[in-house]
Design a protein around this ligand. Structure first.
Ligand code: FE2
Length: 585
């Protein structure tokens, strides 16, 4: 039995395919359409899912959708009436998408896919809860979901057991921890629903001291947090409930300055505000989690919703709460709900036992050796064919020689992070590497560190991880301190506070990637690589061999290791290196 899950029309549209209870394919639309955070109907992602199993839409038994559009409209109307006339303009501008898309989801699904079966619309936070619990390794777990907003809900908690999910309590719009993070992200001059992780990366440059950071105290005055972690905002400081911008003039007064212009100088005040936001977020999360533990009495925790991507906060959960084990979906935002709804239909609605744990994030498209060779030959691209045994030693040597490598192997990753299938890899021991990568490829803000990848069996030598190492580390979802003695030896991946957003890798999940890191360790003495996403700033991660080749040729990536083929940029100088032109958010 095949079930298709769909998320779309807000941001990060995605599709996932479940076969007899097992997720067999999942991908975001942006990877195919090449529009970052593409929210449109994921027709290309669905096509990929079906083709990956050699099936057609006739083979799909059920479709699940990641929210209830009518309930969401009810909230939008209520919000509009409450804030009228200030909300009039925003409401008017949102009408076409409601009329043409969001209220017509069933018709659109039937028309675009020629689908005649049943469609289930799942409450948005239930979909987040399902995406985090039903594919987790736990038989029983406490669940916390925190995002911007679903229909009405912005935060919910409950308990999952077997194939049942019971959400016990919720916090409703307009108070929203996710929207607080987005509001301050916008206030600091970064793009919302996109650059929240940059604010998280900026926070250690600010005053991470609850006593001394005045913005921390200021932010706390506008949020009423109860002992159980439930919270309520003073909405005078926000504008997102009636305007298309998020901070209100009163928030600018509170934070002692205007909204920062994008790309303008980042002052200490901006950094302190980022630190204050991160501390407030962690305070609320930890207080909620302590309460959730008290209510559920369960030592296993799963997290869902965009706030679950806050890897800095995640790294502190097991030391700040009584939870012993944690699992987070690699695609914890709305895209991941496509897996959530497919699993919800199969396990909860149809009542089947759970049969799948999401261990490997490699659920996207793959290209055969033959496909890649055909592409290279057709485009007269010069390459060298490597034997399977040569790939690892050759690549490790190139990385040790301080070259920047495009690494394209196997099925594409699921979720926002590159995890070793579509990655740019380089040498973390080189002091200059951060600058080289920024100059050649990424053009990103100087304050942002690169992430390290390490084999799981080596991780505790270099990082102060929780023990045993939690599984979300496989998906780069936990930030931990780098051991003091190693910080200076891996400067390119050490953040200003000595932390690293590490990915751990086990051999059974990706043997080639694992072997490469080990081989680099043999040559350099340190089995750690820089792993950054294979894209130019502002573009989606590459998907096809053509995307990968174009990305290399448009940047300063030195060579591409694509399946068995080694392709040098310098051998193929047809294009001018001009990634700067494309680098934008
Ligand atoms: Fe969400």
């Amino acid at each position: 039995m095949y079930i298709l899950g769909i998320s779309c029309y807000y941001h990060d549209a995605a599709a996932a395919l479940l076969k007899d209870g097992i997720i067999v394919a999942a991908a975001e639309e942006e990877r195919f359409s090449r529009k970052k955070h593409d929210s449109s109907f994921p027709i290309k992602a669905i096509k990929f899912c079906l083709e990956s199993q050699n099936i057609t839409i006739k083979d799909i038994a059920y479709i699940g959708f990641y929210e209830k559009p009518l309930l969401k409209l009810e909230r939008v109307l209520f919000q509009h009436l409450q804030m009228f006339p200030w909300s009039y303009k925003t409401f008017l501008s949102s009408l076409p998408s409601w009329i043409n898309e969001k209220l017509r989801v069933p018709q659109i699904i039937r028309k675009k896919l020629k689908y005649k079966g049943d469609i289930f619309f799942i409450h948005h936070h239930l979909a987040h809860a399902a995406s985090s619990f039903l594919v987790s390794p736990f038989e029983k777990a406490a669940i916390l979901t925190v995002d911007g907003v679903g229909e009405w809900t912005t935060t919910a908690y409950g308990l999952g057991q077997g194939n049942k999910i019971n959400l016990l309590k919720e916090i409703r719009f307009p108070s929203s921890l996710g929207l607080l993070y987005s509001t301050i992200t916008g206030y600091l001059g970064f793009s919302i629903n996109n650059s929240e992780y940059k604010v998280m990366g900026l926070s250690p440059y600010g005053l991470m001291d609850r006593e001394k950071n005045e913005y921390y105290h200021r932010l706390k005055t506008i949020i009423d947090v109860k002992d159980d972690g439930s919270y309520q905002f003073d909405m005078d400081y926000f504008a997102y409930h009636y305007k298309d911008r998020m901070p209100s003039p009163k928030l600018c007064l509170l934070l002692k300055g205007p909204v920062r212009q994008p790309e303008s100088e980042l002052t200490q005040r901006h950094k302190d505000i980022a630190a204050a936001l991160q501390m407030v977020t962690e305070d609320i999360m930890h207080r909620m989690l302590n309460h959730v533990y008290k209510v559920t009495g369960c030592e296993n925790l799963v997290l869902g919703g965009g706030v679950a991507l806050n890897s800095v906060g995640n790294g502190k959960i097991l030391t700040s709460t009584p939870f012993k084990n944690i699992w987070i979906h690699p695609n914890a935002t709305d895209g991941g709900n496509s897996i959530g709804v497919a699993a919800y239909v199969y396990n909860v609605i149809l009542g089947h036992k759970r049969r799948f744990v999401l261990q490997s994030p490699f659920l996207g498209p793959e290209y055969s050796t033959g496909d890649i060779k055909t592409f290279l030959n057709k485009n007269n691209i010069k390459f060298r064919e490597l034997s399977r045994d040569e790939i690892v030693p050759q690549t490790a040597k190139l990385i040790n020689d301080n070259l920047v490598i495009g690494w394209f192997q196997g099925r594409m990753e699921w979720g926002p992070r590159a995890l070793g299938a579509r990655s740019i890899l380089s040498n973390p021991c080189n002091q200059e590497m951060q600058e080289i990568l920024n100059l050649k490829v990424k053009h990103r803000e100087k304050f942002r560190p690169f992430a390290p990848v390490v084999c799981e069996d080596d991780a505790l030598n270099y990082f102060d991880c929780d023990i045993p190492i939690p599984r979300p580390t496989d998906f780069m979802l936990m930030v931990y301190p780098i051991k003091k003695e190693w910080r200076k030896k891996i400067p390119a991946v050490t953040h200003v506070d000595g932390s690293g957003r590490l990915q751990t890798i086990r051999r059974e999940i990706n043997p080639l990637y694992y072997d490469l890191i080990k081989e680099f360790g043999k040559i350099s003495g340190i089995p750690i690589l820089i792993n950054t996403s294979f894209n130019i700033r502002g573009e989606p991660i590459v998907c096809t061999p053509e995307d990968a080749y174009n990305c290399m040729m448009g940047t300063g990536i030195d060579c591409l290791v694509m399946d068995n083929y080694l392709i040098w940029r310098k051998d193929n100088l047809q294009h001018v290196w001009d990634s700067e032109k494309y680098a934008k958010d």
